[in-house]
Design a protein around this ligand. Sequence first.
Ligand code: ZN
Length: 448
Amino acid sequence: MNILIHNALIFTNDEANTILRDHAVAIEGSRIRETGPAAALRRKYAGHQIIDGGGRLLMPGLVNAHMHFYGTFARGLALPGTPRNFHEILQMLWWKLDRALDGEAVYYSALLPALTAVRRGVTAIIDHHASPNATEGSLDRIEAALAQLGLRGLLCYEISDRDGAGAAQAGLRENERYIEKCRAAKQQDPDHLYDAMIGLHASFTLEDRTLEAAAEIARRLERGCHIHVLEDAVDRTLTRERYRAEIVERLQRFGILGGRSIAAHGIYLSEAEMDMIAESSTIVVHNPQSNMNNAVGRADIFALLRRGVLLGLGTDGMSADLWPDARCAALLHKHDLQNSGAGWAEIQQMVLKNNPAIYRRLTGQQLGQIKQDYLADLILIDYFPPTPISGENIWGHFLFGIADAPVDTSIINGNIVMQGRQIKGVDEAEIAARAQEVAAEVWKRFAQ
Ligand SMILES: [Zn+2]
């Protein structure tokens, strides 16, 4: 589709945070063809479908760097007791919920948050999925849910030995199968909406042979691993107990770390371990709302950034929407450090620059800026600045205004996914009604 967007305030998200007025953006197929003065582009691209921005803010879509779609049906779920710590939260909630998912539940648990993502301006999501009783084909089901809307995704299946060696084997096979599928699709079309990496739960539930097998697939298929690292101290204690090893050293030894890999959380990394993460160029993703919800502590984002780690922001299943975590990050570090200036530049960097940089590094797809030949993943937000706006003060507008503003239009891969707040081709009430029926079955199996 060929589109010309005009009459919008354009935040390009380039390094200088350039804001363009009286400019337009021409889209051809899945890419941005040109950005330039509106009058000239209207003449040059006279045949393109026109989108009148109505004075709204046009910017690149957001990237959510760590998500778990499969957690959707935990909403309102009654637990058998009150978990006292993170390990009990895993045992009483997440490791029971994932076992209760069947294929249809996997599909609906992805479709609902995908709708939220589109509504909130997220155009690409890095997901980490677990459904040990419905492993084979589960990533296809998530892809189908995202494809129903046209949302971009980088998927993986969470390999773990917690449900036995058979489940770990099935997880390895699912990652390998889906990576090969995405590689073939991207050979045909480099802008293909889906890509994959290898998902791993966490060191304390992964046997040596499983890490070895995962690293072998990663090397052969040229993909990295996406793993939880030191989300809680239990990861260290049980890794020592079960494998007589230190986590980061162990992951390094097996070839799990590296520039294509993501370590989620990293709350209990020692200084030496942060050095190892930085030296290996491993990406780290911070998830403040989830960390507060699990009461597991605060990651030292400043120490990681100082070492040059590519540090992003994720939501860890709390929501598909990135803004609540962006604001939470802004508040958490200030509050904890009792320093009202803490994190201002860092969190802006993580949300606006690093998350797209992570997606670019892992998939080779150029997104996250309004720039010639970048992917046309763009959002129009109902934000009409009540105070002067510039590249210098844009983060203040984001945190205290744009974060709360409705998204009017979402374009992903050059396709209009939502316009006038209407998501194309879906009946949201019908989806929610069916999801409730599927959730009731999941809850029944959960309670067994
Ligand atoms: Zn997670």
